[in-house]
Design a protein around this ligand. Structure first.
Ligand SMILES: NC(=O)c1ccc[n+]([C@@H]2O[C@H](COP(=O)([O-])OP(=O)(O)OC[C@H]3O[C@@H](n4cnc5c(N)ncnc54)[C@H](O)[C@@H]3O)[C@@H](O)[C@H]2O)c1
Length: 330
């Protein structure tokens, strides 16, 4: 499968390494409106450089693309790729609105191309280890999840487009909170039926820089997510409370299971884990192209976007938002 990477920014190296280590996959093109960024990304590869994704799609050099651009561009680029018959892995968030998620799914179905969404949490070894413990039944049912992430939304901390409500679709919650929603829904094993959220816009930012989300899932699991900008202590930790024990998941501390006064390390810290996850994520696209089911269901990726918007509505109204079982805001 010949891969074209569209958007050669911060996470491009992970996608490029993934394409270079997988059998049957080759990076043949990189496209960025910033030609120098595309050229830098192709160093050490034989990939062609493009500055317009439509020219890349027309050149007949790719079978699939990775859409790795600012959020509001995910949909139009995905639609162009689908029209050109290219399969695709779209970075998270799937799109900036639920309607755009639906348009993307419809375009790919109509064109008969594979679509996967880069919810990397599903592939990170320490999260996969937690999922394995939960699935084993050793600790009983999941009851509560606490998910804490720090980030940095001070001016200049990241590319300027992340601070545009139109282009990014929001701030810390759609960007970093999306990771927390992804993993909490997945490990919590349900869809949300209720959301209560608060946000803060600090540093004069047009998008939120911090936020809290409290969710109730349809299986009764309660989830508390907190995304905080620039605290003294940086963190990325999940605490999963099960009937007979507690699982703690942290990329810097590994996955630790504690039950009845005893702890064990289920998964040790592994600096190679992030690249492993990006590689597994691209292998998943290849498996979907071959007819398999995606590791991250499209309905899940769509639900994450739906929940971010529910959080914004809850924060604006100062009230919780309820969902019907079908997922639509009641
Ligand atoms: N999976 C993860 O852990 C993870 C981490 C960071 C970012 N992301 C996601 O990856 C995506 C990219 O984020 P980033 O941090 O790399 O952003 P970035 O700002 O570092 O890079 C974006 C790149 O896209 C290019 N670009 C803009 N418009 C384009 C167009 N029309 N055609 C081609 N290229 C274009 C820009 O020039 C820039 O080089 C976002 O969806 C983001 O949320 C995922």
């Amino acid at each position: 499968m010949r891969i074209g990477l569209i958007g050669a920014g911060a996470v491009a190296p992970f996608h490029i390494t993934a394409a270079s280590v997988l059998d049957g996959i080759e990076l043949t093109a990189v496209c960025d409106i910033d030609e120098q960024a595309a050229r830098r990304a192709t160093a050490g590869t034989r990939a062609a450089v493009f500055t317009d994704h439509r020219r890349m799609l027309d050149a007949g050099v790719v079978d699939a693309v990775i859409v790795n651009t600012p959020h509001a561009l995910h949909l139009p680029i995905a639609e162009d790729a689908a029209s050109a018959g290219a399969h695709m892995l779209v970075e998270k968030p799937m799109a900036t609105s639920v309607a755009d998620c639906d348009r993307m799914i419809a375009a790919c179905r109509t064109a008969g191309v594979a679509l996967t969404v880069g919810h990397i949490q599903h592939f990170l070894p320490e999260k996969v280890a937690a999922a394995r413990v939960i699935a084993s039944g050793e600790l009983g049912e999941v009851r509560l999840i606490r998910d804490n992430r720090s980030t940095d939304y001070r001016p200049g901390s990241r590319s300027a487009w992340f601070f545009s409500p139109e282009i990014a679709g929001g701030g810390a919650l759609i960007n970093i909170g999306g990771h927390c929603l992804d993993r909490s829904l997945w490990l919590g094993g349900g869809r949300a039926v209720e959301m209560l959220a608060d946000t803060a816009n600090r540093f004069g930012s047009l998008v939120e820089t911090d936020g809290n989300m409290q969710l109730r899932l349809d299986n009764g699991v309660g989830v508390t997510i907190s995304v905080i900008s620039d605290p003294a202590t940086r963190g990325d930790s999940m605490t999963i409370v099960c009937e007979r024990g507690v699982i703690e998941v942290d990329p810097h501390r590994g996955t630790v299971v504690h039950a009845d006064g005893r702890s064990r390390i289920e998964h040790a810290v592994d600096p190679a884990g992030i690249q492993q996850a990006f590689t597994a994520q691209l292998a998943d696209l290849a498996a979907v192209v071959a007819g398999g089911a995606p590791t991250v269901p499209l309905a899940h990726a769509r639900h994450v976007v739906e929940l971010v918007h529910a959080a914004y509505r809850s924060a604006a109204d100062g009230a919780s938002v309820s969902f019907s079982r079908a997922g639509a805001i009641a």
